[in-house]
Design a protein around this ligand. Structure first.
Ligand code: SF4
Ligand code: SF4
Length: 224
């Protein structure tokens, strides 16, 4: 899922300072699951802003809405009418949702209430960990299903650096060394010899280095 966390109340208040009527729009997908921008978080933030701006003597009108998926036009249509009643939108979706809202409703500014952080997995209650950097050419088949790009601090592709100690990464003793994990996994799979294959230099053009990416599925496109 896309993992995000809410910006501080101070930063949000500063962004909203020029505006009086605000619509906070949550998203019912990834950011709901990571407790950053779902219906509940919209309600809590709305209450906090009402209280904070009231105490400061300039109460703002805060409206609330949550759509199922803010990154798709068809879901955002449901709140189009509400936009007519406000000065600005504060989105609690990921950065994709924020940009979708700005594209779809260009006459209305939509501000980001979250910091979109990574593609990750909940590993225990209240903990999310990065698992994928969307490199565009997945190598998990050669690494036992453990991503060396997202999980190795140096994104190494041919084994560990010299800083791997006791199964931990040199950047932090709490961070597992991804290459130790890959080694252990490949050993358990009986495939250690596969690690002797040297991975060639990765073509990073499929990642961010090639500029904004796009997938076109001709089979799914409507006839023009
Ligand atoms: S190899 Fe690339 S696509 Fe596969 S999990 Fe890692 S970053 Fe994601
Ligand atoms: S210690 Fe392990 S995870 Fe950390 S940078 Fe070196 S190889 Fe990567």
């Amino acid at each position: 899922m896309i993992v995000a966390e809410q910006k501080s109340l101070d930063e949000i208040k500063t962004m909203l300072a020029p505006y009086q009527k605000v619509l906070i729009v949550g998203c019912g997908t990834c950011v709901t699951v990571c407790f950053a921008g779902g219906e509940k978080e919209v309600a809590i933030l709305a209450s906090a802003l009402r209280m904070a701006t009231g105490l400061e003597g300039n109460p703002k009108q805060i409206m609330e809405a949550t759509v199922q998926r803010q990154c798709e036009y068809e879901y955002n249509e449901a709140i189009a009418d509400k936009l007519k009643e406000v000065d600005v939108v504060l989105s609690l979706a990921c950065g994709i949702g924020v940009q979708t809202m700005n594209e779809q409703f260009p006459e209305m500014l939509t501000l980001p209430g979250l910091n979109t952080t990574f593609l990750g997995q909940p590993t225990e209650q209240g903990v999310w960990v990065e698992r994928c950097q969307a490199c565009g050419n997945c190598v998990l088949a050669t690494t036992g299903g453990i991503c060396p790009i997202a999980r190795c601090s140096k994104s190494l592709l041919n084994g560990p650096c010299g800083g791997s100690q006791g199964g931990k990464c040199e950047i932090d003793p709490d961070v597992p060394c991804a290459w130790q994990q890959i080694y252990d996994r490949m050993k358990a799979l009986g495939r250690l010899e596969a690690l002797l294959e040297v991975a060639e230099a990765k073509d990073w053009r499929t990642s961010r280095d090639g500029g904004p990416r796009k997938i076109v599925r001709e089979d799914l496109r409507l006839e023009k």
